[in-house]
Write a protein that binds this ligand. Structure first.
Ligand code: ADP
Length: 495
């Protein structure tokens, strides 16, 4: 393959919006577009997307992004996507048989509980690196096959295709020619053996997923087919795919063993690169495929917190304490570190390292003098304290980063990043380009098309915009950590 062309196109299909960014070969942004799409909550705990909305939004943002350039000059397309979200469609018509079941959806919690009760979890975890949790795709696939009329039979007959969002987009982009995914997305389904790098027949049987529905699994930089000419005016190679958090690690040039990134959007996701070792966590963290390039697998240790930036939205939308997210910075600066009030934003239960779906949020330590400023500041602190729990769990598993690279919408908040460095007692680095996820997808496309010689070459492109050094007095830090641990115990359902 050669680097004929001028541009790289990256598609970031996220949970609440779809984005496209056009870069030149030096990964400078040429154009971008973003579009939100509707969320569906048919029952409490259920979250769905209409795959046609997703497709329309992707088509629209790509068209808008490339409107000013000659499409034939696009060297390649990289895709990154919300992970685990499950779509099943008809191979014949390309029509989805049902809405997509989104990663946040809890409808299969009982099924997971039942399988855990039968002692299935240890085998599942040793093969997949994941937990037996509704978060991942397998039980969502079975739910669709069991709840859409005739679907199971049609799946057995080979009439239906399953895909995470990357796979669905590839199918649509290539006009039904390619049914494929990459190893990072496959590693989030509960059906993929991350050590052998293949779908596992026993897991398919356990979760009642016919192998006939599964896509082929490729490296992250590979030939994923070409877009049909009618779509964007030229046949464009799709040549990079990675799940959003893995793409963010790539966008942060996290190729060295031990490199750790933390993304602060709606939720918070920490991934540490563990090289060619699939580390088993003793602290309920996940083992996942960080990337697979030239058949070489790099593993990651991952911890996620469901509520991060969404706690700031809660301050704004539910409590009405702030008018905009960015106001939190001035409030926290004026208030200073809050010791008495502790906010535990466990609105959707607690993720790693607790995995307590029944925990709920709490505000503790209120006194007559506590007001808006304390609650706002304590909420920012809570997001950092949740990160501490993840990083502490990683340290206990043997991963102790000396610096953490951050990205996502919240990292514009300098006060938050200073507090984060203080509470972690680790330096925090904010890159020039905080759009790591979409950049990671562009890097993969660049690699596949020979625009860059190796993925490591992107390390030279990574630039630190600001480094936050820990500077908190140890006594204060200890008190905050003790107060946090006590508050978490109060919020847990089985403390
Ligand atoms: P996502 O990709 O998950 O939609 P983003 O990476 O765009 O999220 O980040 C948006 C989140 O960051 C929102 O939840 C918002 O409340 C929060 N946020 C944005 N700016 C700030 C800020 N200056 N301080 C605190 N939180 C912020």
């Amino acid at each position: 393959m050669s680097a004929d062309g001028k541009y790289l196109l990256a598609i970031d299909q996220g949970t609440s919006s779809s984005r496209a960014v056009l870069y030149d070969h030096e990964t400078r942004v040429v154009a971008s577009a973003q579009q939100e799409f509707p969320q569906h909550y048919p029952q409490p705990g259920w979250v769905e997307h209409d795959p046609e909305d997703i497709w329309r939004s992707v088509e629209a943002v790509v068209r808008e992004t490339i409107a000013e350039v000659d499409a034939a000059e696009i060297t390649g397309i990289g895709i990154t996507n919300q992970r685990e979200t499950t779509v099943i469609w008809e191979r014949g018509s390309g029509r989805p048989i049902h809405n997509a079941i989104v990663w946040q959806d809890r409808r299969t919690a009982d099924r997971c509980e039942e399988l855990r009760g039968r002692g299935a979890e240890s085998d599942v975890t040793s093969k997949t690196g994941l937990k037996l949790d509704p978060y991942f795709s397998a039980t969502k696939i079975a739910w669709l096959l069991d709840n859409v009329d005739g679907a199971r039979q049609r799946a057995e007959n080979g009439e239906l295709a399953f895909g995470t969002i990357d796979t669905f987009l590839l199918w649509r982009l290539t006009d039904g020619v390619v049914h494929a995914t990459d190893a990072t997305n496959a590693s989030r389904t509960l059906l993929f053996d991350i050590h052998d790098q293949r779908w596992d027949a026993d897991l398919c049987e356990l979760f009642r997923v016919p192998e006939a529905v599964l896509p082929e699994v490729f490296d992250c930089a590979a030939d994923f087919g070409t877009t049909s000419r009618e779509l964007f005016g030229a046949e464009l190679p799709v040549c990079g795919v990675a799940g959003d958090q893995q793409a963010a690690l790539i966008g942060q040039s996290g190729f060295a063993n031990g490199t750790t990134k933390s993304t602060y959007g709606t939720g918070c996701f920490v991934i540490a690169n563990t090289g060619n070792q699939a580390l088993t966590s003793h602290n309920q963290l996940l083992t996942t495929v960080a990337n697979r390039l030239d058949g070489q697998v790099t593993y990651g240790l991952e911890g996620s917190v469901f509520v991060a930036g969404s706690a700031v939205q809660w301050l704004r939308d539910e409590l009405g304490l702030i008018a905009s997210a960015s106001e939190t910075e001035a409030i926290a600066r004026e208030t200073g570190v809050v010791e008495d009030v502790v906010v535990v934003p466990a609105f959707a239960g607690l993720g790693a390292p607790y995995w307590d779906p029944h925990a709920r949020g709490a505000v503790l330590g209120l006194t007559r003098g506590s007001g808006r400023n304390e609650v706002v500041t304590a909420t920012l602190q809570a997001i950092a304290l949740q990160t501490f729990d993840l990083v502490d769990a990683m340290a206990d598993d043997g991963i102790r980063p000396s610096v953490i690279r951050v990205d996502g919408g919240m990292v514009g908040n300098d006060w938050f990043l200073q507090f984060l460095a203080d509470i972690l007692d680790i330096a925090v680095e904010r890159p020039e380009n905080v759009e790591s996820t979409v950049l990671g997808a562009a890097y993969l496309a660049a690699l596949a098309r020979g625009v860059i010689a190796s993925i490591e070459a992107t390390a030279g492109l990574w630039q630190c915009e600001r480094r936050f050094e820990p500077q908190m007095q140890a006594g204060l830090r200890d008190r905050l950590l003790a107060g946090w641990a006590a508050a978490i115990n109060r919020a847990r359902s089985r403390a």
